[in-house]
Design a protein around this ligand. Structure first.
Ligand code: 3PG
Length: 390
């Protein structure tokens, strides 16, 4: 794929697909990370005399106009991040607004998912988009797992390239799993094995060590015959967990499961808790975090690793004190990264929130802005939005 460096931008209308699907509360952006991360692309286009015309989705309006999902509400946050005026237009108004857009300003088009053709990757809608611009730049890695008109079909109709954020995401992920420095350690946590089956299946063939944490570790413990009491556990998945463990053994991937665990009788903040060996969860208690021995074991693995790829918390990190294992391991990884001893890449849903909460995110080598796309990429799948860039 090409980057912005390969494109002639002076005087060009640059249709730029961004992912500004940010959390909003009462019309106010509560986390502007995704907006800030596309600013370098917008500024690069502007500084080279191009006009960025932003295409983006918000929420899942499913081809209908849902006023609360209008991108108009993001204009102030975009103007703050880009330092210039952002002119908003619906698709019908787009040509006139773009024609009137002053040099140095940006155009933002209405939520692409208001168009029924968007999620169908409709060729006619892609042609309508293409008629508005000269160049296509995709900077939405986090939407690249969707084959939609603005992420896939459009890329074939104009000279196309990756934006700065897309480029950074792909380079970081390639460094972590494509041609990584070994040994490679993956930390995979989260509630359920069933949502991460493809991920685990792919990782055990690619990485040298795999830490399994969170609720899904309980399913792996149960697969070894451990009684996990009232813990979150997918008992119907124990056969699958066994098969993954066997595949890992055959591929030479060491799986690390909790050795000791923090158990409580209630799922609430500061619920009374105790540390017990992983195989000794009382029948009326549930496992809510990994214990100190487990953390030491994970830290030892991080010390042996040259590359770390992290997805998902090790415990119920939303409620103290069950965030302790996630916090400790994240801080340990951040410190090794800051010392230049580790390449650390993290992404996917809760992960970034957990690392931010631990105060560890800033020292990671790379934090992906992607949720679902990060997972699909880690599963070894081809992302249509990336494939379409050639
Ligand atoms: C995300 O928030 O992960 C992306 O914007 C994709 O959103 P989607 O899951 O609604 O396609």
């Amino acid at each position: 794929w090409k980057t912005l460096d390969d494109m002639e931008l002076a005087g060009k209308r640059v249709l730029t697909r961004v992912d500004i699907n940010v959390p909003v509360d009462g019309g106010v952006v509560t986390d502007a990370t995704r907006i800030e991360r596309v600013a370098p692309t917008v500024q690069d286009i502007l500084s080279r005399g191009g006009t960025p015309i932003l295409l983006a989705h918000f929420g899942r309006p499913k081809g209908k106009i849902v006023p609360e999902m209008s991108l108009k509400m993001l204009v102030p946050a975009l103007e703050a991040a880009f330092g210039t005026k952002v002119n908003f237009a619906t698709l019908d108004e787009a040509e006139a607004v773009i024609a009137a857009c002053a040099e140095g300003q940006v155009v933002l088009l209405e939520n692409t998912r208001f168009e029924p053709g968007e999620e169908k990757n409709d060729a006619d809608l892609a042609k309508r988009y293409a008629a508005l611009g000269d160049v296509y730049c995709n900077d939405a890695f986090s939407a690249a797992h969707r084959a939609h008109a603005s992420t896939a079909a459009l890329a074939h109709l104009l000279p196309s390239c990756a934006g700065r954020l897309m480029q950074a995401e792909l380079e970081a992920l390639e460094a972590a799993l494509g041609a990584p420095k070994r040994p490679v350690l993956a930390v995979v946590g989260g509630a359920k094995v069933s949502t991460k089956l493809d991920l685990l299946g792919n990782l055990v063939e690619k990485v040298d060590m795999l830490v399994i944490g969170g609720g899904m570790a309980n399913t792996f413990l149960a697969a070894q015959g451990v009684d996990v009491g009232k813990s979150l556990c997918e008992h119907e998945m124990t056969g699958t967990a066994k098969a993954i463990a066997e595949k890992a053994a055959a591929a030479g991937c060491e799986i690390l499961l909790p050795r000791d665990v923090v158990v409580a009788r209630e799922f609430r903040e500061n619920a009374p808790s105790e540390v017990v060996p992983a195989e000794a969860c009382p029948a009326d208690a549930m496992i809510l975090d990994a214990g100190p021995d487990s953390v030491a074991h994970v830290e030892q693995a991080i010390s042996r690793a040259a590359t770390l790829i992290w997805n998902g918390p090790l415990g119920a990190f939303e409620i103290a004190p069950f965030d302790a294992a996630t916090n400790a391991a994240a801080k340990f990884a951040a410190k090794r990264t800051a010392h230049g001893e580790l390449v650390s890449v993290a992404g996917g849903g809760d992960t970034v929130a957990a690392l931010n909460k631990a105060g560890a995110a800033d020292d990671f080598t790379y934090i992906s802005t992607a949720g679902g796309a990060f997972l699909e990429w880690m599963e070894g799948k081809t992302l249509p939005g990336v494939a379409a860039l050639g």
